[in-house]
Ligand binder design. Structure first.
Ligand SMILES: Nc1ncnc2c1ncn2[C@@H]1O[C@H](COP(=O)(O)OP(=O)(O)OP(=O)(O)O)[C@@H](O)[C@H]1O
Ligand SMILES: [Mg+2]
Length: 372
């Protein structure tokens, strides 16, 4: 069934049941223009049929009302060409609101051929808001605390005897044959490595309670971006996408800098074998985000300020993906595995939240902070 709209394209009528469908659904023609959408799609996309029919979802036609990442055009094209259904998980929809802001939603997009509806493609969106993000929870946090306490104590205890071992090896090396001297030097250099690891552990224990102030997160991000661009991330394109209308956050600027530096450094390290490596720093507002409720705060503290650090590297190594925030878990040769444990400790001390969403080609760490 079709009827001709004033704009000159064919609006299709998918028939009864379509509007009762609990999932957002749309029909596109072969050029990707919307020829039908159901009630759930109007609500979920926050767009009326009137303003949507006849237009393409991707690209400039929707202006700031809708942005889709990644673009759905290749998917639609492949379905039209291949005439078989395809899925795309984790599609991000930036949906504009009347106030000029936007909110972000995610969906798994199922695209199937719409043969009986005049060709084109039927899109079914399965919302996956937040589902793909693993949360950093309280249990992990406590485990990190006690492991760190233990490690700190050990660090302190090991340093003294180690200094003795090192001194003795230096002495032996002075009067030894060339081969023995080489071994003595190895003892010295390995002990040095242990000392620097221990110092890192001790520094970890030193992080004091955050000094919470109203701060501009963009100042922090810019500082991190500049220092990365001249230092460890020289060869990597770093893109900044900030929402200039973002209000101040309640945070400790120095500690937040340390957190972001650690995340950008990890991203840079993950990108070392990636073609056209890129890091994206993003800020935006999402008033729906809260800390998970608990006894002290049954509604959950609002955490509307979002910072994302994204890279196009290989993603978290699957074997450790669930434990990266725990101390001494590292997927890198020579990594100590303390970077993210420190990040997690600082964020927790802020009453804030950090989560990660990772797959090959795209890893995003998201920090959610309270408003000042
Ligand atoms: N952006 C990322 N992409 C892929 N893997 C990552 C990313 N960030 C962290 N990881 C993985 O998580 C592990 C833990 O990170 P973490 O910062 O805690 O330790 P590290 O970088 O190995 O050592 P350290 O930071 O103490 O020098 C890393 O070794 C790496 O395998
Ligand atoms: Mg690290």
């Amino acid at each position: 069934m079709t009827r001709r709209s004033p704009a000159g394209f064919e609006e299709v009528d998918p028939g009864p049941g379509w509007d009762a469908l609990p999932l957002p659904a749309l029909v596109l023609d072969e050029q990707g223009r919307v020829t039908a959408m159901n009630d759930a799609a109007e609500v979920w996309l926050n767009m009326s049929r009137n303003s949507t029919l006849g237009r393409t979802l991707d690209g400039d036609e929707m202006g700031t009302r809708l942005r889709i990442h990644p673009s759905l055009s290749p998917l639609v094209f492949r379905v039209v060409q291949g005439d078989e259904p395809l899925y795309q998980p984790n599609v991000r929809f930036e949906i504009g609101d009347r106030a000029g802001g936007h909110q972000e939603r995610r969906a798994l997009v199922h695209a199937g051929p719409a043969g009986e509806l005049g060709g084109g493609v039927t899109l079914l969106l399965v919302p996956q808001d937040e589902a793909g993000l693993q949360s950093q929870n309280r249990a992990v946090r406590t485990a990190a605390r006690s492991a760190i306490g233990m490690a700190e104590m050990l660090a302190h205890e090991i340093k003294n005897p180690l200094a003795g071992i090192r001194g003795a090896a230096q002495l032996i090396g002075m009067n030894a044959s060339p081969e023995d001297r080489e071994m003595a030097e190895m003892i010295v250099s390995e002990s040095k490595r242990i000392v620097s690891l221990l110092e890192q552990v001790e520094r970890f224990g030193d992080t004091s309670a955050p000094n919470l102030r109203a701060i501009n997160v963009h100042d922090v991000l810019e500082k991190v971006r500049r220092s990365a661009a001249v230092g460890f991330a020289k060869k990597i394109g770093i893109v900044a996408e900030y929402d200039p209308s973002l209000p101040d956050a309640l945070a400790d600027a120095d500690q937040l800098t340390q957190v972001c530096l650690n995340l950008v450094k990890n991203a840079a390290e993950a990108l070392k074998d990636t073609d056209r490596p890129a890091i994206r720093l993003r800020s935006f507002y999402d008033h729906t985000l809260r800390l998970p409720p608990d006894e002290t705060d049954p509604t959950g503290r609002p955490l509307p300020l979002q910072i994302e650090i994204e890279d196009n590297g290989p993603g978290l190594p699957p074997a450790i993906a669930d434990q990266i925030f725990e101390p001494f878990v590292s997927g890198r040769e020579n990594g100590t595995g303390l970077g993210l444990a420190l990040v997690s400790k600082i964020i927790t001390d802020h009453g804030a939240l950090i989560r990660v969403d990772s797959r090959p080609g795209r890893t995003v760490f998201r920090i959610s902070l309270p408003k000042a």
